[in-house]
Design a protein around this ligand. Structure first.
Ligand code: ADP
Length: 221
């Protein structure tokens, strides 16, 4: 087996990662402590095995250190998630991605050697909150604590005006990185003189503060 991905914890999140990776043709080792869960993934993942990943020996037996990327998707059992991550870091796994249950969990994971921490419930909550504020905010993705990227429909106040004219960079500290045209064509790195048309979708990157002000001023709520 080419040792591409190992997914630990086959709940809703880990299960869906496992399914998607497998559908994309990746080699996936699915691991869970629960036999029933493992059985559910026997026909989906390349291999599915029962193991308690808080047991270092069990992880060594699976040659976990040889995998390119290990995803820890243990849900409620924060202690098991932390212990598993510590062992993976000690074994010098190349890339460790861990799902955090809360901000405190996330902080600890970053300290103990997780390379990437995901917080799907929180992120999805924020994305949905933004899409609830306005039908014109199509997507919202947090890049860091202070910066995000948003996809918005051009608001009435923008139509027929250029980026320069709207002064987006100076006024809001945001950058329009691309404009998706009505025919789905992407104008990447648009020119400051490019005019915004009705049905354009703008992909904007910037500080959360700037984006929030821009949403309030220029996007129809
Ligand atoms: P979700 O919120 O993504 O649905 P769950 O809490 O339902 O997450 O799933 C987490 C999975 O992690 C469960 O299937 C559980 O059996 C598994 N798990 C918990 N502890 C361990 C462990 N020590 N070793 C391996 N798998 C574990």
């Amino acid at each position: 087996m080419k040792k591409e991905f190992a997914v630990i914890g086959l709940g809703r999140f880990g299960g869906s990662i496992c399914r998607e990776l497998s559908e994309e043709g990746m080699q996936v080792l699915a691991i869970d402590i629960n036999e029933e869960r493992v059985n559910d993934y026997k026909n989906i993942a390349t291999y599915a095995v029962i193991a308690d990943t808080t047991d270092e020996l069990a992880l060594k037996e699976l040659d976990i250190q040889d995998f390119d990327h290990v995803i820890v998707a243990i849900g409620d059992d924060i202690q098991a998630s932390i212990l598993t991550t510590v062992i993976l870091a000690e074994l010098q796994v190349k890339k460790i991605t861990v799902k955090a249950q809360n901000d405190y969990h996330e902080k600890i994971l970053n300290k103990i050697g997780a390379h990437h921490v995901v917080h799907p419930e929180r992120d999805m909550g924020r994305r949905i909150a933004h899409s609830l504020i306005s039908n014109n905010i199509l997507d919202y993705l947090e890049l860091s604590e202070d910066h995000s990227i948003v996809e918005v429909r051009a608001g009435h106040k923008m139509i027929g005006r250029s980026l320069l004219d709207l002064n987006i960079r100076a006024k809001y500290g945001c950058n329009v990185v691309a404009i998706q045209k009505e025919n789905n064509e992407m104008n990447v790195s648009p020119h400051p003189e490019d005019k915004i048309l009705e049905k354009d979708i703008l992909i904007i990157i910037g500080s959360n503060k700037g984006i929030n002000r821009l949403e309030r001023d220029l996007i129809d709520m």
